[in-house]
Write a protein that binds this ligand. Structure first.
Ligand SMILES: NC(=O)c1ccc[n+]([C@@H]2O[C@H](COP(=O)([O-])OP(=O)(O)OC[C@H]3O[C@@H](n4cnc5c(N)ncnc54)[C@H](O)[C@@H]3O)[C@@H](O)[C@H]2O)c1
Length: 320
């Protein structure tokens, strides 16, 4: 596949297209992308039909991409597959309880991912995102470099905490929060910049930032929003697809299966990924010893989640 393709956009299949994240992504793509059609796939036929009735009218406001409902057969055609399906929404305050909750969904879905083209991109949003990204790659039909998990929110939260610390707008801050999504996070204090200029943060000033990261999700859930973080997640998925499709140069934080980087193999973790080449590649930031150790801890945590999830998926398969 040649990308970008003469002004044509990608065909994007959204599994879980009626959900908070899937439908918010569809809305965001329709109102912001110049091209590229969206196919919504969801087991809830009424909910997805209702989303389509609403989204359809965006063309009347000048939206260029088209949107329609499809079946999983569209996986064979799609340039991009977004996995945003979930058996339970939104997550409770304890993300650990989410580890096996989508096992039944995965037992049914993983075999269908064999339909996905070798030159397509798969974006995994479904939690636990690092474990599921790992499982999707381990299931054998897709390469590690074509399956990327959504972990941008962790970095956005770090940048928000840094912006508050420096008293500046979040858009002026650069920094990475790597590791396990929502769990064993690794805020990279050694590579923070404001307006492109490197800034150091005294270790004594870090606890409020670390606390903000540790407590963000609990605070959000404590407000009982009745939904997951749909807006930033949708915009994050849009950014990943747009960056990949248009080969934009700035690396993005994505959950990506590692093959020796940072001493880790066989687990997907949030790391900077360069999406410009034929095969999205991990960018290894120079890290401090403590940050490298944090990534190893994150790798252990994801490895445990993968084993638990794998067992649960096997049980679901045996039961069906
Ligand atoms: N990685 C991240 O940063 C991030 C951020 C937000 C949400 N999430 C995760 O994304 C997932 C989706 O969240 P949500 O709030 O949109 O959930 P949701 O409950 O609103 O939507 C899930 C949708 O999936 C559909 N679905 C269930 N099984 C299906 C199947 N087999 N095939 C097709 N569709 C199916 C449901 O009908 C529903 O419409 C969750 O796992 C959530 O935790 C991840």
């Amino acid at each position: 596949m040649v990308r970008p393709r003469d002004g044509a956009g990608p065909l994007i299949a959204v599994i879980g297209g009626a959900g908070t994240v899937g439908s918010a992504f569809a809305f965001h793509w329709l109102v912001s992308a110049p091209a590229g059609d969206v196919v919504l796939v969801d087991v809830n036929a009424d909910a997805v039909r209702a989303q389509l009735m609403d989204l359809d009218h965006l063309r009347g406001l000048g939206a260029h991409p088209d949107v329609r409902i499809g079946t999983r057969a569209v996986l064979a055609e799609a340039d991009v597959v977004v996995l945003a399906a979930s058996l339970s929404a939104p997550a409770g305050p304890d993300r650990a309880s989410m580890v096996t909750r989508n096992a039944g969904l995965l037992a049914g879905l993983l075999p269908d991912l064999r339909l996905v083209r070798p030159d397509a991109l798969v974006v995994v949003a479904t939690n636990p995102v690092d474990a599921i990204t790992t499982l999707v790659v381990s299931s054998g039909s897709l390469r590690a470099d074509q399956v990327l998990g959504l972990s941008l929110n962790d970095t956005l939260r770090f940048r928000a905490a840094l912006a508050r610390h420096f008293g500046v707008e979040i858009g002026r801050v650069d920094g990475w929060n790597l590791g396990q999504h929502g769990g064993a996070q690794v805020p990279v204090y050694s590579a923070v910049s404001v307006d492109g200029r490197s800034r150091s943060i005294d270790p004594g000033d870090r606890p409020p930032i670390d606390r903000y990261l540790a407590e963000w999700f609990r605070s959000y859930q404590g407000l009982r929003p009745g939904r997951s973080t749909g807006w930033a997640s949708a915009a994050g998925i849009q950014r990943m697809i747009d960056t990949w499709w248009n080969r934009r140069p700035a690396p993005l934080p994505c959950s990506r299966m590692l093959a020796g980087e940072h001493g880790l193999t066989g687990v997907a973790l949030g790391v900077p990924v360069d999406l410009t080449g034929e095969r999205p590649a991990v960018v290894e930031l120079p890290l401090t010893g403590a940050e490298e150790a944090g990534l190893l801890r994150a790798g252990d945590a994801v490895g445990r989640a993968v084993r638990t999830l794998q067992d649960a998926v096997a049980r679901e398969r045996d039961a069906s």
